[in-house]
Design a protein around this ligand. Structure first.
Ligand code: GLU
Length: 523
């Protein structure tokens, strides 16, 4: 067999917002396609009309646009193998269903949902398979003229795959190696429903992968149980020579505890599980998204890339998309689940935020300031960002422990930066820092003196360079240690940047005003 051009696909079902695990699947497909100079296809698997959610398809497209994951062909991208929306491919599937029926590899079954339910009640662990199919109402158990009559009268039916029992089915997985299972445990899966004239996921997926010349199926572990059936379908069609290679990616696990990552974990611990905010069209409920939370797309991509894969020793965790394309290796993906360490995600965002100059933080910062009734200028906002971006903030983790982390979002700045824009009005005498650094009487005198020292400078001289020697000299001469009390005056508590930088930012008038206010209030 000659080398085929690498073609992979991401094939979501539009049943709601794209889960972050789906984003990782798409990313790995993207990296693989780029690395091999191949194609990445975007296919919409919408054959289950009962689960269709309006808006989901557009949402998915927008999410990848935001993330910078580009497709080569597919829904909204065009291409030679379309249509790429399965609901538009009905006629194609019908032909292939007929092919299996004609070859005796599939059969028609008339059992109603009620009949199937009754059977399940009667027989424990009932499975529609080689052992039971002759007890059911289908084209294998009924005479041919009866079958023809039922079909002609419009009786609803499904087409089932006729699985031959007692065979070892092998799935050759690029991550997991040989995965084998005995065909006797598989049931005769429904491939097609006459009710909506649509195939099920299994049939449409295999037919499309074949027709779209897909060479590798890279998808989440949750699809591994379907893979043996898919292998059998390829065989039934006689397509085993061009069967794609499989790679089933490790599950994403909860940040704490056991089991797979769920939306509930995100809600509980305060992180999104969707790339973009999503508003449920039925309930109106809003789920948070990485974009709206203030994540940078590069950070999300880098974080996700390392959930289940790593480039090995000697490589930095921070990688551009191009670097990832070079280093990516399916065989280095782990078989075991990848813990969704959302704190690590925040760390990535911190790293990527720092790669952007402060001037790029200011639009988002300005928005938050305005929401809090503050008007400032981009220049002053950028100065604040510069002074505060390396600060550490406290947060409460999923197990209710107080922890510290870097500034990871522009919105982290606001609670730390209020005093730049709003003077402290009252001072909390119970505040540890205030109590420790403000001694009634003596401190006020010292601050009075400092006001005197600073007053010697005019507006234009109120810079770090000019203030510092002057204040240092005075402190040296008098033995004063004014810095913490000065901080109480300007900030109200023990936060903030270097005092000279802060004073220079506030300017002469505001600095002195805040000091006099504190002297009067604290005494
Ligand atoms: N439509 C399936 C999904 O929603 C595709 C699974 C596959 O990649 O085969 O993920």
């Amino acid at each position: 067999m000659s080398e085929r051009r690498v073609r992979v696909r991401f094939a979501p079902s539009p049943t709601g917002p794209l889960h972050i695990g789906g984003v990782r699947t798409a990313l790995y497909n993207y990296l693989f396609a780029r690395q091999h100079g191949g194609d990445l296809i975007f296919r919409i698997e919408d054959t289950d009309s009962s689960r269709f959610v309006p808006g989901a398809e557009d949402y998915i497209i927008e999410a990848f646009q935001w993330l910078g994951i580009k497709f080569d062909e597919g829904v909204s991208f065009g291409g030679q193998h379309g249509p790429y929306r399965q609901s538009e491919r009905r006629d194609i599937y019908k032909k292939y269903v007929q092919q299996l029926l004609d070859a005796g590899k599939a059969y028609i079954a008339f059992d109603t949902p009620e009949e199937l339910d009754a059977k399940r009640k009667e027989v424990e662990n009932f499975q529609y398979d080689a052992q039971t199919r002759m007890q059911m109402r289908n084209s294998l158990s009924l005479p041919k003229d009866e079958v023809d009559r039922l079909v002609a009268t419009g009786e609803q039916y499904v087409v089932r795959f006729k699985i031959e029992p007692g065979r070892d089915v092998h799935v050759d997985d690029l991550i997991r190696g040989d995965v084998s299972i005995n065909s006797s445990v598989l049931d005769d899966k429904v491939l097609f429903k006459s009710a909506d004239q649509l195939p099920t996921y299994h049939l449409a997926n295999i037919v499309d992968d074949h027709l779209m010349e897909v060479t590798h199926v890279i998808r989440g572990e949750e699809w591994l149980p379907s893979a043996p059936l898919h292998v059998l379908l390829y065989e039934a069609f006689g397509w085993q020579d061009t069967m794609p290679r499989f790679a089933h990616l490790p599950l994403l696990l909860k940040p704490v505890g056991n089991g797979k990552l769920s939306k509930r974990d995100g809600d509980k611990l305060g992180f999104p599980v969707f790339p973009l905010e999503w508003k449920d069209p039925q309930t109106g409920a809003v789920s948070s998204g990485y974009r709206e939370q203030g994540y940078l797309p590069e950070a999300v991509v880098n974080f996700l890339a390392l959930l289940g894969w790593n480039p090995g020793e000697g490589h930095d965790e921070l990688m551009t998309l191009d670097e990832m394309v070079n280093l990516f290796d399916l065989s280095k993906c782990s078989k075991s689940g990848a813990r969704f360490d959302y704190v690590k995600g925040m760390w990535f965002n911190h790293q990527y935020l720092l790669q952007h100059p402060a001037t790029e933080w200011t639009p988002a910062f300005d928005k938050i300031l305005r929401e809090n009734g503050i008007e400032s200028t981009p220049e002053r906002e950028a100065q604040v960002v510069e002074m505060m971006k390396m600060k550490v903030i406290e947060y409460v983790d999923g197990e209710n422990n107080k922890k510290k982390r870097n500034i990871s979002f522009v919105s982290d700045l606001w609670p730390l930066c209020r005093f730049f824009f709003v003077a402290p009005e009252t001072y909390d005498k119970e505040d540890k820092f205030v109590r420790k650094n403000w001694k009634e009487g003596t401190t006020a005198q010292e601050m009075d003196q400092l006001v005197g020292v600073l007053s010697a400078l005019d507006d234009s001289e109120f810079t770090v360079e000019q203030m510092k020697p002057l204040v240092d000299a005075w402190a040296e001469a008098t033995g004063a240690r004014p810095w913490n009390a000065w901080r109480v005056c300007l900030v109200g508590t023990g936060q903030g940047p270097d005092m000279y930088e802060l004073a220079a930012f506030l300017g002469r008038e505001e600095t002195i005003k805040r000091m006099e206010h504190a002297i009067a209030a604290l005494g």
